[in-house]
Design a protein around this ligand. Sequence first.
Ligand code: GTP
Ligand code: MG
Length: 199
Amino acid sequence: MQVTHAELVTSAVNPSQYPPDNVFEVALAGRSNVGKSSFINKMINRKGLARTSGQPGKTQTLNFYNINHQFRFVDVPGYGYARVAKTQRASWSKMIEKYLSQRENLNIVFLLMDFRHPPTELDITMKDFIEALDIPYGIILTKSDKVKKSQWQRHLNVFKKDLELDTIDALFPFSSETGEGSEIIWEIISDAIEASQID
Ligand code: GTP
Ligand code: MG
């Protein structure tokens, strides 16, 4: 997909603030600092549209991005950020769960995990949660530029085992530095949008 238009539609913390639910949405979920905002920027080739930071906890609201007037990327705040108050963490997870489980036009969920390290307990919990939603999902393994190619298979096998997957087919190494993985992910998104228009 050639991205010619990308803009922030709105930021929301509760459903009354969501934009209308008549547009295909692709959500990016994953723990804080894993690279969700960088993923969006790389996919659309806009360096600073989604705000990124070396400090975890940068994205604190659900951010809806209009892409080509065709679909939206939804940047979901990172879970598992330890350095905010417990009460705030609880309200964040409620916000995330509500969006993921109740949004009618949520068509694809990409769960991002750091390719360099085995999945954390929270990653595994999120994967189980998302699997139970019954929405097509994929797992994007970020920062692949930091993993030597000779180690890829070993890392993929760790994710397959720890996430109890049958195959590695839903695991997509991705780098927002090099763009590695972006083509196949664009294919998945485009195919799904096309299929949704036929229904
Ligand atoms: P929150 O908004 O806090 O939930 O974080 P996020 O998941 O949006 O992460 P963000 O995109 O802000 O990236 C966090 C840090 O990781 C930044 O310093 C990025 O430059 C870095 N980063 C993200 N993706 C990659 C990648 O593919 N490769 C490398 N080398 N660094 C990356
Ligand atoms: Mg972010």
